[in-house]
Design a protein around this ligand. Sequence first.
Ligand code: FES
Length: 286
Amino acid sequence: MFEIVGKKELTHLVWQIEIKAPRIAKKRKAGQFVLLRMNEQGERIPLTIVNSDDEAGTITVIVQEVGKSTSILGGMKVGSSILDVVGPLGMPTHIENYGTVVCVGGGIGTAVTYPIGAALKEAGCKVISIVGSRSKDLLILEDEMRGVSDELHITTDDGSSGHHGFVTDVLGEFIKEGLKIDLVIAVGPIPMMRAVSEVTRPSAINTMVSLNPIMVDGTGMCGACRVTIGGENKFVCVDGPEFDGHLVDFEELVMRNRSYFKEEKMAVEEYTYHEGTRCYDKKGDD
Ligand code: FES
């Protein structure tokens, strides 16, 4: 059993959760994830390790309540325990001093961008970050991103903070101005990662995207995360989660990501009915 030792709501239904898991805290590297199973009947959910504290023996994950299992986790209190936490899993991000790196985080994807940005900064890169969300109240980890970045740019779709528009507007400006960019790392909703890859394609800027959203059980067994990368079949949970954005077949990825929508909706409805809990409108207490 793995105890929850800290919990805070970052924005509506998005939780930062600290879990006691000393062995994982010792081994984990930027870009890796853990599999969580809350109870015997529960499904496994993959979550990126946002941070770890070797001394305290804890790891930090961020979860957004979007379905049954994430709602169960979001509703758990400090002091309660998660049945299984397995990891660290996935290939770590390749970290080296690339030069100038632009780290793009969209919405909850910033939870993945942050540890990568931190590791790149530590390796000596110049880190320029662009963090975007629909509105100011949905921005997460702004201070943390500022702390690991030489420059931080905020964008919101509604203009309530920073640039009024998309992360790709700012990235496009950098490219237009002739900024020498050695690597772009983009993590967020699939349309955003696709758009970033299209913006960097004409200048052939090395672009990595993290395809975490496609993962289901994260074990390499279910096959749900199969993607086509440069014409080859890959499994996100085993071969990734990071891939060259210019080689990803985004068309197929979008289709695949919708595969379990009906089943997930049914699970949420059943959970809501039986547990009397509203997954999408539940305020946690801790
Ligand atoms: S998430 Fe199931 S095989 Fe990768």
